[in-house]
Design a protein around this ligand. Structure first.
Ligand code: TRP
Length: 327
């Protein structure tokens, strides 16, 4: 069996783009892979965090992952800070990657340049070294992440290869896989932009835990265009195509086929809203159940961290031995 590893930051308010673009696929990949999924709270620390909010977001995200279908019995689901091998291996990674390589990371450039008055942590700069540790600690074959993470997986491969050539065969060199089934979900108000967690009012973003009535409203108000025919045509009709993509992700039918069922935008919006609400209903119910029993979540995460440490401990020991550290 192949091992897959992926991580997600506890940044709060999971939305439909995260769900259909990534998490549904995470859940599918459990079926024929040995899947390891991690809530990367240490990565969240690279930006300023409110302690109570970080803790709450971390637990909630773990509960959401379970609610979405990540099975903590079958897969390994854990919180990064509960497996100390991550920051330990990260140091070895930091000493294997160069300042120049880290300086070329576009994610760092974007996040550090946005506001020059802002505090830029050293952790934000070394972020990819910790990510490389996450991945390499599990002898990972495949890393399912979006295109925006391509550079981080590339640098992980470079680090693994460099370490192996300097110190002998130590790490499996992982491959990036773009989730095939991953739907591209765009903002309902600005369909040329990916759906994202925006500040303040977010009429274009549908949250996984959002009230069905609000979801219905957001779809009703979704931006379409001044024509009236329903076609799947991303360039000419981004708004309508987005609705078709979302409906397609919920029903499993091709967006082009779905388009032929509609003559007007109204019914397409209604049906898409309904499909999304139905998709979210069991997720919201399971989440509420988990939230009512925090001790059970704690237990599941402990089990996950223990399982993770079995593999991570071995790989870290191998890396330490090969680089010349005492066991
Ligand atoms: N950097 C990833 C993101 O922001 C999160 C992440 C951390 C990750 N470690 C990882 C993803 C390891 C895949 C594998 O989305």
């Amino acid at each position: 069996m192949k091992r897959v590893f992926s991580g997600i930051q506890p940044s709060g308010d999971l939305h439909l783009g995260n769900l259909l673009g990534a998490l549904v696929n995470w859940s599918k990949m459990q079926e024929d892979n040995d899947a390891v999924y991690c809530v990367v709270d240490l990565h969240a620390l690279t930006l300023p965090q409110e302690p109570d909010v970080l803790r709450k977001n971390t637990v909630e995200l773990a509960q959401l992952l379970i609610a979405v279908g990540i099975d903590p019995e079958r897969s390994t689901l854990f919180v990064q800070s509960q497996v100390p091998q991550h920051p330990q291996l990260a140091w070895l990674m930091e000493c294997t990657v160069s300042y120049g390589e880290l300086s070329r990371m576009t994610a760092f450039k974007d996040k550090s340049n946005r506001d020059t008055t802002k505090f830029v942590s050293a952790g934000l700069f070394t972020y990819p070294a910790l990510q490389a540790a996450d991945i390499l600690l599990y002898d990972t074959d495949f890393v399912p992440v979006g295109d925006d993470q391509r550079q981080h997986v590339e640098i992980t491969r470079d680090i693994a290869e460099r370490f192996n050539s300097r110190y002998g065969e130590t790490f499996v060199v992982p491959e990036h896989v773009i989730p095939e089934a991953g739907a591209r979900v765009m903002d309902l108000q600005k369909p040329d932009r990916k759906m994202s967690k925006s500040e303040g009012e977010s009429p274009g973003t549908v949250f996984v835990l959002e009230d069905p009535k609000k979801i219905e409203k957001k779809f009703k108000r979704a931006v379409t265009d001044s024509e009236s025919d329903v076609r799947f045509d991303i360039a000419e009709k981004p708004g309508v195509s987005n609705l078709l993509s979302i409906l397609s992700a919920c029903t499993g039918e091709a967006p082009e086929d779905l388009a032929s069922n509609y003559e007007q935008y109204g019914p397409l919006k209604t049906d898409t809203a309904e499909a999304v609400i139905e998709l979210l209903r069991p997720i919201q119910a399971r989440f509420a159940e988990l939230q009512s029993d925090p001790a059970e979540t704690q237990r599941l995460l402990r089990v996950g961290a223990d399982k993770a440490q079995v593999v991570a401990g071995e790989v870290l020991a191998r890396a330490k031995r090969n680089i010349g550290l005492l066991a």
